[in-house]
Design a protein around this ligand. Structure first.
Ligand code: GDP
Length: 209
């Protein structure tokens, strides 16, 4: 990846978030979305997977969670412009156990309309709780994305909750269940483990655009 020289001539670390801007929320399938001028990376995962914690940690900003967890915004797709170079797209968490089946089904048209039609989509980062492994939603979602030739990076969240040998076991199981070509990334938003490797993989998708 090319690193832009700064005014003083030193190289900038592409992993460092220098600039972050909330650019808006998409509330319905046909609703507002930003002009597709920059590559977009969509973060997907079931509710409680640790998506807000991970986005906060990767973007080093507390205010992201505040935006995405504001009542009314939790069911929206939220767009954050990073370093004027790409956009992090926070998809609504799915599979929330405490809401009705009808409400649960609401995320599908919104998420699918965004993912299926978005010309600027550089890839999807799919988050799965390392202790739960892939469930029905993920087993459906991965082939759905692959059929559309959308690049996927899978991360297993809350890796700090498992001992190393158990972690390796879960990585292998998830890879096999989802038919992935490469290992999913074990990460912890709590300890920061695995975040640099994951961020590099995400930025590589942006670079491929
Ligand atoms: P979201 O619903 O996917 O946005 O999930 P949150 O980021 O709100 O996290 C859900 C719960 O998991 C919270 O209680 C977090 O403190 C916890 N959590 C998130 N990331 C981690 C992690 O890396 N390690 C551990 N142990 N807990 C985490």
């Amino acid at each position: 990846m090319a690193t832009a020289p700064t005014r003083k001539g030193e190289r900038r670390d592409p992993l460092v978030v220098r600039d972050l801007e909330f650019i808006g929320g998409m509330a319905s399938a046909g609703g507002w979305r930003p002009e597709p001028t920059l590559p977009e990376i969509a973060f997907a995962g079931r509710s409680n997977v640790g998506k807000s914690s991970l986005i906060n940690r990767l973007l080093s900003r507390k205010k992201i969670a505040r935006v995405s967890n504001t009542p009314g915004r939790t069911r929206e797709i939220n767009f954050f412009k990073v370093n004027d170079a790409f956009v992090v797209v926070d998809l609504p968490g799915y599979g929330y156990a405490r809401i009705s089946k009808e409400k649960r089904a609401e995320w599908r048209p919104l998420i699918e309309s965004y993912l299926a039609e978005r010309s600027s989509l550089a890839g999807v980062l799919l988050l799965i709780d390392i202790r739960r492994g892939p469930q029905d939603e993920e087993l459906d979602f991965v082939p759905w994305l692959e059929a559309r030739k959308t690049p996927i990076v899978v991360a297993l969240t809350k890796a700090d909750k498992l001992a190393k040998n158990k972690r390796m076991l879960e990585i292998g199981k998830a890879k096999k269940a989802l038919g992935l070509r490469r290992d999913p990334f074990p990460v912890s938003a709590q300890t920061g483990d695995g975040l640099d490797a994951l961020w590099r993989a995400v930025l590589a998708l942006v670079d491929k655009r």
